[in-house]
Design a protein around this ligand. Structure first.
Ligand code: TYD
Length: 209
């Protein structure tokens, strides 16, 4: 659990609207007087953004899966030490677009490295830090990929086939179902942006009290 502040992560496959919802949540929290830090993984620091470029560039199609595993963890180790942990210690609310669970899902469950190995690496990279709340924006693969295509942006992993994205969705839902720490909230991201926003606010408000 977070040291003193609050750690909220956003997870899900492509096109679930994480970025939009994070901006809305940040604005609401800031208006309510909270000190909020917004980050993304991989990225969020100068060093982690350089790693992001290597791991996500469509030019690097030849990257080995093991390299991918370690680069995501390297980017995570840096952002936790440089920003996440100090911010939590200072009592801030930290919102991250993806974190440890993305590695569990994409590398552990879909690429096949296994949850246990990835969680061991996550322990090192996060210094044993778990989110207080993880919001899964769940959307059908067809709708998610359509939204992603409409937005005109794509990275190396977006280019995987539909089967890959279906496995990602199923893996997230399985993780959320297992949820022994009661930190996951699954939200139907096919709903309107306003509806999703309200649901997120309801769940976050509980954690603020
Ligand atoms: P990004 O461009 O941030 O897009 P989005 O979050 O909107 O999908 O892409 C990050 C990609 O990296 C995404 O395809 C998931 C993948 N990823 C992993 O495979 N493992 C990880 O540990 C992280 C943080 C991301």
């Amino acid at each position: 659990m977070a040291d003193k502040g609050l750690l909220i992560t956003f997870e899900g496959g492509e096109g679930g609207g994480k970025t939009t919802q994070i901006v809305r949540l940040r604005d609401k929290l800031t208006k309510a007087g909270h000190d909020v830090v917004v980050l993304r993984e991989p990225g969020g620091t100068v060093i982690s953004e350089q790693i992001r470029e290597v791991v996500l560039s469509a030019k690097n199609a030849g990257i080995a899966y093991t390299t991918e595993v370690l680069l995501f963890q390297a980017a995570r180790a840096q952002i936790y030490r440089e920003i996440v942990l100090p911010s939590l210690k200072a009592g801030k609310i930290v919102l991250i677009d993806r974190s440890r669970d993305s590695s569990v899902v994409y590398q552990g469950m879909v690429r096949g490295f296994g949850k246990d190995l990835i969680e061991q690496l996550n322990e090192i990279s996060t210094k044993n830090t778990y989110p207080d709340l993880t919001i899964l924006l769940d959307i059908s693969v067809e709708e998610g990929l359509q939204r992603r295509a409409d937005s005109g942006t794509s990275n190396r992993l977006d280019m995987e086939d539909t089967d890959f994205h279906q496995k990602v969705r199923d893996a997230y839902l399985q993780l959320a179902k297992e949820d022994s720490a009661h930190r996951w909230v699954v939200i139907d991201a096919n709903k309107s942006i306003d509806e999703v926003d309200e649901e997120i606010w309801t769940k976050v408000s509980v954690k603020l009290n």
